[in-house]
Write a protein that binds this ligand. Structure first.
Ligand code: ZN
Length: 247
């Protein structure tokens, strides 16, 4: 109720004072948020602009890798398509990408004895020359049972950062495909080329006719590439990129 001499509904300016204090607090908090966000974006950009991701499309040339059960598609073809889709994802974010293989050819030179060893050595050379901060090697899987499905990510057991990266990517892929695979340790050459975090992403099973059809579909491959990228980006965002600390 209004006091004597006071207009009903008017509280002597108290409401205006509260409003002004709230407004000032809001402006202050907003300004802090903007400063924080600005710093976060600029530091992320600085870090990401320095970042080099090597994307390795497995196999190539006379080494076609796994063959699709029903379509006969070569793994090497799908790996290359996935590598380019991933490249696009990272580059959109301003991150430098180096591909080990840019076409259907292998990296072994002449297709003579010892070609596989030369091919792998060349990939390592490209990774080291690029001073890779991260390596993602792309493959397609196969298994004796055609029912096995889902992307599977591998890491080197001696790399804590590699395990963190693999887990981020596996989690991101699982959320998309509905699988519950855990990232796995793997004793593979491509995981040991550099001390930077390295993973092998087996995108799916070409021994599973349903998954083979999915992997043949450009739209599906784009979604897979996006999920791999999102996992990698989460790893980068929560890791001390320059310090080597991992979260
Ligand atoms: Zn392979």
């Amino acid at each position: 109720m209004a006091k004597r001499g006071q207009i009903a509904g008017y509280d002597g300016g108290k409401g205006i004072k509260i409003f002004c204090v709230c407004l000032a607090a809001f402006v202050f908090v907003s300004a802090l948020a903007l400063i924080f966000l600005g710093n976060f974006i600029s530091s992320s950009q600085t870090q990401f602009f320095d970042y080099v991701v090597v994307i390795d499309a497995g196999h190539g040339g006379i080494d076609g890798g796994v063959v699709g059960k029903t379509s006969g598609v070569k793994e090497s073809e799908l790996n290359l398509k996935m590598a380019y889709l991933l490249k696009e994802e990272f580059e959109t974010c301003g991150i430098k990408v180096v591909l080990t293989r840019t076409d259907e050819n292998g990296l072994y030179g002449e297709a003579t004895d010892g070609f596989k060893k030369r091919d792998m050595a060349k990939r390592k050379e490209i990774i080291l020359d690029a001073k890779a901060d991260m390596v993602i090697s792309v493959h397609m899987n196969k298994f004796s049972s055609s029912s096995r499905s889902g992307p599977q990510v591998f890491f080197d057991q001696n790399s804590e950062a590699g395990q963190k990266l693999a887990t981020r990517i596996q989690t991101s892929l699982n959320a998309f495909t509905g699988n519950s695979h855990a990232a796995l340790k793997g004793d593979y050459y491509m995981l040991k080329c550099t001390t930077s975090p390295s993973v092998i992403v087996e995108c799916g099973f070409l021994s599973n006719p349903y998954e083979e059809q999915q992997l043949l579909d450009e739209t599906y491959r784009k979604k897979l590439a996006r999920k791999i990228f999102e996992g990698a980006l989460l790893f980068m965002s929560y890791s001390g990129i320059d310090s080597g600390d991992v979260v």
